[in-house]
Design a protein around this ligand. Structure first.
Ligand SMILES: Cc1ncc(COP(=O)(O)O)c(C=O)c1O
Length: 417
């Protein structure tokens, strides 16, 4: 049981080796999109450079493309611990997949039915459901966050459930505050009250914590590979029994078979190649090559979680020493197992954009704004004041980079006085 070898793995990421205006950039923008390893780049150019073809042809590159599709589904099944590779569906990104499934899922909703979304979610997992509900006369409820630590208000969720609830759409972790949702608890609560389907947005959760759809017993779960060291590609899990009950919007001549019938048009095969390489990269963080890929992933995530908790403790501990800073989210360093290393905060009297511009000019990539988490911003009253500053770490970030962040923060404050 070894720890993550961060120096070694950083060497695999070209973006982390470059110099920009004489400085090595610090990527604290992981929640917006991760850097990729050389193996991901090689897989994408390798496919596109030699085998670019469509499916179903009687020649080598088309055969190769068919094999790639099968391998990508298996990589997805290993990543999610799905019971079958046929439960994995690819699409342009998480938002597009969710819009597509919301149309199919809402087909049999009736006026007066109810659905539940949350204020902790990115609106990628809110707006598709709200729009589908509007068309059907379905009532939408929104679960609030507990403002003290920006976690999901589970009691409020419980109070909104009824026999009329058809769907609960919920994030697995907030892309703004890093709060992790106790998804076992959510699913248990929902299934105890009604037979609503549960649609999970695990886009922010995926690079930080291991997903296990069988342990969760969820109906749907979606992620985006560009958040976990792969290319721009949406990856959805849908339980076989549920897929059988749904009817997709598809073109007539395309075969009416799961899972392909959900994948409209031509797939992004080079992205599938990069996705497989990203899953293999994650698995390679385990030292035990005798394990199955799934077991290697379990081991890799054990290491990722340990490293990221150390970063969280360091960051939260240091940030707490600035009285002019207000943090949004779990601010107890001892509770860093309940959060990802994504931190949201504001500095008294200072526009978040001014802070991110100062850091950007020093090649430290942080964000400001609302990150499409509209429900959270509305509840916290942050909408008209520029949102928050977001610093998001990944497993390739280091304690030294956090030190650099705080040195710059001190410089920023010195310039203000
Ligand atoms: C939590 C969360 N959900 C959904 C999305 C949307 O993902 P995509 O860009 O793949 O549509 C994002 C993107 O930032 C996100 O952070």
């Amino acid at each position: 049981m070894t720890d993550l070898n961060v120096e070694q793995l950083r060497g695999q990421f070209p973006a982390l080796q470059q110099q920009v205006n004489g400085r090595t950039p610090v990527f604290f923008d992981g929640p917006g999109g991760a850097q990729v390893s050389q193996s991901v780049l090689d897989a994408m150019t390798g496919y596109l450079g030699r085998y670019n073809a469509n499916l179903g042809g009687a020649y080598f590159s088309s055969h190769k493309t068919g094999e790639l599709m099968v391998a990508a589904r298996q990589a997805g099944a290993d990543f999610y611990n799905a019971g079958s590779a046929d439960e994995i569906i690819f699409g342009a990104n998480a938002t597009t997949l969710t819009f597509s499934f919301s149309r199919a899922i809402a087909r049999d909703w009736q006026a007066g039915d109810e659905i539940i979304v949350t204020a902790l979610d990115h609106y990628s997992n809110v707006s598709p459901w709200v729009l589908a509900a509007e068309e059907k006369g379905v009532v939408v409820h929104q679960v609030q966050v507990s403002e003290a630590d920006c976690t999901l208000d589970y009691d409020h969720l419980q109070s909104l459930l009824s026999g009329k609830t058809r769907l609960v759409a919920c994030t697995y972790a907030s892309n703004t505050t890093g709060s992790i949702v106790d998804m076992q608890r959510v699913i248990r609560t929902v299934k105890a009250s009604c037979d609503a389907r549960v649609y999970i947005d695990a886009v922010h959760y995926a690079p930080h914590q291991l997903i296990d759809v069988q342990a969760l017993g969820c109906d749907f779960l979606v992620t985006s590979a560009y958040k976990y060291f792969g290319p721009h590609l949406g990856v959805l899990f849908a339980k076989s029994e549920v897929l059988e009950q749904l009817r997709p919007y598809k073109v007539a001549p395309a075969k009416d078979l799961n899972p392909n019938r959900w994948e409209t048009g031509t797939q992004n095969y080079e992205a599938l190649a990069g996705f497989i390489a990203a899953i293999d990269y994650l698995a390679s963080l385990s030292d035990d090559k005798s394990l199955s890929r799934r077991d290697q992933l379990t081991d890799s995530y054990r290491k990722i979680v340990l490293h990221e908790q150390t970063l969280s403790e360091q960051f939260i501990g240091r940030l707490a020493s600035y009285p002019q800073v207000r943090m949004y989210g779990i601010s107890d360093a001892a509770a860093s197992d309940q959060r990802t290393p994504t931190f949201a905060f504001r500095i008294h009297h200072i526009e978040p954009r001014a802070v991110s511009e100062f850091f950007g000019a020093n090649q430290v990539c942080i964000w400001d704004g609302n990150f499409y988490a509209q429900g959270l911003y509305e509840q916290l009253g942050l909408t008209d004041i520029g949102g928050v500053i977001r610093v998001g770490c990944m497993h390739y970030n280091t304690a030294a980079e956090i030190d650099e962040f705080f040195e710059l923060l001190d410089q920023f404050f010195a310039l203000q006085s």
